[in-house]
Write a new protein. Structure first.
Length: 166
């Protein structure tokens, strides 16, 4: 038996997205390893990852954890944030939202926005930071440090320190 009939086909509601706004890749519960000359620099875990190849941008969302490794390949610190972004053209990683960095030696940094420069292996923040070390509990702005938080500067610091002035 063959049936013929007519039906009204409705157009989908809403706008159809432009291919430029759609990611080239999507990963749920993903992990990305960043290496340089075969040496592991960092491992990024995120609940959701989007890659945009033309823009050379990768977006991380739904909880981000980054393990950093020093030049000898040993774990040096861990960063957690709500979301993050990699700008490949700039070799820049940006963590955003409830950013916490804990070094393996015990320093803890809290801020809302933190940049990591892959080339210089340095982190900096242009927002309020709270830094806690064995000797310090400081708040300030324009924080800059190596990625394991062992050598840092902070502008307009307030808080407590047990360091002596030299």
């Amino acid at each position: 038996m063959i049936f013929f009939g007519c039906a009204k086909i409705e157009e989908p509601s809403g706008q159809i997205e432009n291919n430029e706004t759609l990611p080239d890749q999507e990963i749920w519960g993903g992990k990305i390893e960043i290496t340089e000359n075969g040496r592991l620099q960092s491992i990024i875990h995120a609940g959701y990852i989007q890659t945009f190849e033309k823009k050379q941008v990768t977006l991380f969302d739904s909880g981000v954890t980054v393990d950093f490794f020093n030049t000898q390949g040993k774990h040096s610190s861990v960063l957690t944030s709500a979301r993050a972004k990699i700008e490949e053209k700039l070799n820049l990683f940006l963590a955003m939202g409830d950013v916490v960095v804990v070094s393996d030696s015990g320093e803890v940094l809290r801020t809302e926005r933190l940049y990591w420069d892959k080339d210089t292996k340095r982190v900096h923040s242009d927002t309020l930071v709270i830094l806690t070390t064995e000797m310090d509990s400081l708040r300030g702005y324009n924080f800059e440090s190596d990625q394991n938080l062992s050598s840092w500067t902070i502008e307009n610091p307030t808080g407590h320190t047990m360091r002596r002035r030299e």
